[in-house]
Ligand binder design. Structure first.
Ligand code: G4P
Length: 532
């Protein structure tokens, strides 16, 4: 690495900021542990993440989280690997959706798409992939659980190409079918690494380099099959094209098994070698702010009450340019107000520690940063505002009411706060009144979070009544008049920005309205895989 240690360009160049996208149970927690373990950031797999029943539950900020054995909060893992500094942003991993997961993808430069070898592309992976595509985030694919019976590798590649239009370029190739995994051939060098499991699986597998001649004799038919398939890949030209990868058209694919730690090193290598380093970021006007411009960053997540030891409101900021130093006075772009950063933190699993400096690609946690909302830009000296992080199309709606009318003030304050954090979107109308706004969520788990936090944190218990709407469109005043009074449609105002949102019982009604009144404004929101 050239340059002084405080050289912003050199520091940015060695950073890789990425997230793992997957369907629940594909092995995201296991892979995260394996990556960190392998990079020696943690001493023992399981110490950082883990679900209930495993060692060390990192985030325990709410009872619902614990009782469901899920991790709602997200944090940042950081580890050095071969000269690179890897920032792995955890996306909340549960069967349900919340906007948080999507927002994390606004802060990364690359994503690992993790597939279960037996299942291939699954619903949540598809939705998250759509967000990556929308944001132009390049994707590296890791096919996991190769130690178990699964599908054919060629079939999985075909699925990726056919269903999401990403051209797969395998970097390595498995010897032995899923379930009888022998090792991996590195396509570029032809080197064969044979794996042997270690008892328990939680420690590093034994990896052994075996020369091709010996491997052919020892692996027999499995070797023959693998080399035949490699020939096939050669013939169809399944090579990695870096431009196409950067443009989101091509994905490098690696095979392995996170649990026994097969192929994890190759994945780390791919992240280091292929994932883009932080680079100039376009502002709202399209001008690009280079990484060595004065400090700028964007809030991608605001979270309150993350864990019992730190009951506060933490804003997560991705550094986009410049060097951050704790104590710096930042300007909050939307209000032009100064913001103190004396208590800047880094958030590693459950632990937080003071953060003194940060560079592009890093994540800063600012506690008690009231007034910061998701999408806000912070800067020093040269003003900048990055484009807002879009709200995602809600698919679940519920009316919220305080169970105790005497707590109207606390109710209002709590709902406003949760709205500002983006826990849910709050929609209102004159008809429904202020006492009974509509909450809109990407996934119903967000409602549980509201219920729990309103009771615990704001001392204003609420009850929710689910509404039958499933689809939302952004509309305008004129169109709203035409929509009002129709069955199965309602127009509401989003509290945060005053925009008009039309909610529909189902997408057929949207289509019917569009057919009847072709001139109406009914703009889909960032649908993240919603297929209407
Ligand atoms: P998630 O975060 O994506 O939801 O998945 P998680 O890592 O929790 O993994 C889901 C299950 O898959 C876990 O088993 C985990 O041990 C298993 N798993 C992950 N990677 C591999 C792999 O490479 N090979 C095999 N064979 N299994 C893998 P579980 O029984 O649900 O939990 P646990 O009791 O093992 O913790």
């Amino acid at each position: 690495m050239t340059g002084r240690p405080d050289d912003v360009v050199a520091q940015a160049a060695r950073r890789r900021t990425f997230a793992v996208i997957s369907h629940p149970d594909a092995g995201k927690s296991t892979l995260t542990e394996a990556l960190a373990l392998h990079a020696a950031a943690i001493e023992e797999a399981g110490a950082v993440h883990g679900k209930s029943g495993r060692r060390g539950v990192a985030s325990d900020w709410m009872d619902i989280e614990r009782s469901r054995g899920i991790s709602i909060t997200s944090s940042v893992l950081r580890f050095e690997y071969g000269g690179a500094l890897l920032n792995l942003l955890d996306t909340p991993g549960h069967a349900d959706f919340s906007e948080d997961t999507y927002r994390v993808l606004a802060a990364v430069d690359a994503a690992i798409m993790l597939l279960d070898s037996a299942k291939g592309l699954e619903a949540q992976t598809l939705k998250l992939f759509d967000v990556c595509r929308h944001r132009g985030v390049p994707v590296i694919t890791f096919v996991n659980k190769w130690d178990r019976p699964g599908r054919e590798p060629l079939e999985l590649l075909d699925e990726v190409e056919q269903r999401i239009g990403l051209r797969p370029a395998p970097l390595n190739w498995p010897v032995g079918v899923a379930g009888d995994f022998r090792g991996l051939i590195d396509r570029a060098s032809g080197a064969y690494t044979r794996f042997r499991r270690t008892p328990g699986g939680a420690t590093r597998a034994i990896a052994e380099r075996v020369p091709a001649g010996r491997a052919a004799a020892e692996e027999g038919e499995a070797w023959e099959a693998a080399t035949e398939e490699l020939g096939l890949l050669e013939a169809i030209g399944a090579e990695l094209d870096m431009d196409a990868f950067g443009a989101g058209l091509c994905t490098p694919v690696l095979f392995g098994a996170a649990l026994p730690n097969f192929g994890v090193e190759a994945l780390l290598e791919a992240v280091r070698e292929l994932a883009p380093a932080p680079s100039a970021r376009a502002d709202a006007e399209g001008a690009r702010r280079p990484v060595d411009a004065p400090f700028s960053g964007q809030v991608f997540k605001v979270q309150a009450g993350m864990d019992r030891a730190h009951r506060d409101r933490l804003a997560f900021i991705r550094v986009c340019s410049g060097r951050f130093e704790r104590g710096m006075a930042l300007t909050h772009a939307p209000t032009r107000r100064p913001l103190a950063t004396k208590y800047a933190q880094t958030v590693f699993g459950r632990d937080r520690s003071t953060l003194d400096t940060a560079y592009p690609g890093d994540v800063i946690g600012l506690p008690n940063a009231s007034g910061l909302t998701v999408g806000d830009t912070l800067y020093v000296r040269t003003p900048v505002a990055f484009p807002p992080i879009p709200a995602f199309a809600p698919e679940h709606f519920a009316v919220v009411r305080a169970t105790d009318n005497g707590r109207a003030k606390q109710f209002r304050r709590g709902i406003d706060q949760l709205d500002g954090e983006g826990v849910v979107q709050v929609l209102r109308s004159d008809l429904r009144g202020d006492q009974a706004p509509v909450l809109a969520a990407v996934g119903p788990l967000q409602f549980d979070v509201v219920t729990a936090r309103m009771a615990e944190e704001f001392n204003a218990p609420v009850e929710l009544t689910r509404l039958d709407y499933t689809t939302a469109r952004v509309t305008d005043k004129e169109s709203a008049e035409a929509l009002n009074g129709r069955r199965g449609v309602e127009v509401l105002t989003r509290s945060l920005d005053g925009s008009l949102i039309a909610v529909f019982a189902d997408k057929w009604r949207v289509r019917a309205v569009e057919r009847e009144h072709p001139g109406l404004t009914l703009t889909p929101m960032l649908a993240a895989g919603v297929t209407d």
